[in-house]
Design a protein around this ligand. Structure first.
Ligand SMILES: C[S@@+](CC[C@H](N)C(=O)[O-])C[C@H]1O[C@@H](n2cnc3c(N)ncnc32)[C@H](O)[C@@H]1O
Length: 301
């Protein structure tokens, strides 16, 4: 016997699912026979018995088995409970609301006034260059580059740099600054979840404060996308505001170390991790050096 019919969201019948009848169960007497297997007994007698399953036309049961959908009472609700499965290879993107918010931030405020702006190279990257955590003169991606301070320092230090940011205002500022300094950096407006670069383009990635802005449910996708464009053995230097921070100001989702390990360990090895306790303000930060795995992580037992 075929297994029970599981809802599908990625087939051509998906539209049929939305159109599934939504009437409330009628008080009409129950049909006596729901088939030989009593476990296939439908919970929603309102649906005509001869209704074929639109999600899986070959399915033996004419019903969608909702018994595993805890608390579901109507087909409508079930639609909301079904996890959305993406077609393989389809990359998610940041929600439009997030994109607009970043655009607005850079339009409303001069980049120099933004709380994260610094005219100096970020200390963790400075250490990374000095300690050669990223190979000299390699091609580097500055993800969530903002107004480009770190990209510009890296370019001056001899790296070939691409900087990407969601906000057009940030990239305009970064381009103006690089023209002013006579430095050549490939600055682009774009989404870190859909990087406009082919696989294994970069020897290193730097990320100062972009990771902690990524919506929680997209963290693993973020890791996969960074892993895609980084060559095996390439390093990813990342700093983020940690869970231990206090105060309402700052990034809303402050990743803990455990969450970060869970999001990144499929693509990366953690070579080094440091915790920086709050000094003057309420923020504590994590700084890490990750290395792109050459082989995929073995599946968990
Ligand atoms: C806290 S700021 C840090 C900017 C810069 N790294 C710096 O140190 O000055 C975070 C930056 O990430 C960008 N950002 C957020 N989500 C992004 C995404 N999905 N793709 C690209 N950039 C993103 C924002 O527009 C913002 O400029």
């Amino acid at each position: 016997m075929r297994p029970r019919c599981a809802p599908r969201t990625n087939g051509p019948d998906h539209g049929g699912y939305e159109r599934f009848p939504t009437e409330k169960p009628s008080r009409a007497p129950r049909p006596r026979d729901h088939g030989q297997d009593s476990r296939a007994r439908p919970r929603f007698e309102a649906f005509p018995r001869q209704q074929s399953c639109r999600l899986d036309p070959g399915c033996e049961s004419p019903w969608i088995d909702l018994s595993s959908e805890k608390g579901s009472r109507t087909a409508d609700r079930v639609v909301r409970h079904v996890p959305r499965r993406k077609a393989p290879g389809l990359r998610p993107s940041v929600p439009t609301r997030v994109r607009e918010q970043w655009g607005k931030t850079y339009r409303a405020t001069s980049y120099r006034e933004l709380p994260w702006f610094s005219p100096r190279l970020y200390p963790w990257l400075k250490l990374g260059i000095e300690q050669r955590w990223i190979r000299p003169r390699t091609r580097i991606l500055d993800v969530g580059c903002g107004a480009g301070t770190n990209s510009l320092f890296l370019a001056r230090a001899g790296f070939r740099v691409s900087g990407i940011d969601l906000a057009p205002g940030a990239i305009e500022a970064a381009r103006r600054r690089s023209a002013h300094l006579g430095l050549s950096v490939d600055f682009r407006v774009g989404d870190a979840l859909r990087l406009p670069f082919s696989d294994r383009t970069f020897g290193g990635i730097v990320d100062v404060g972009c990771y902690h802005t990524i919506p929680v449910r997209l963290r693993a996708a973020y890791s996969r996308e960074l892993g895609r464009v980084l060559r095996p053995g390439g390093r990813y230097l990342v700093s983020w505001v940690g869970r231990e921070s206090t105060g309402s100001f700052g990034p809303p989702h402050r990743p803990s170390l455990e969450e970060t390990a869970a999001a990144f360990e499929g693509e990366f090895l953690f070579l080094r991790t440091e915790f920086e306790p709050p000094r003057r303000g309420p923020f504590s930060s994590y700084h890490a050096v990750l290395e792109r795995r050459s082989l995929p992580q073995p599946p968990r037992r």
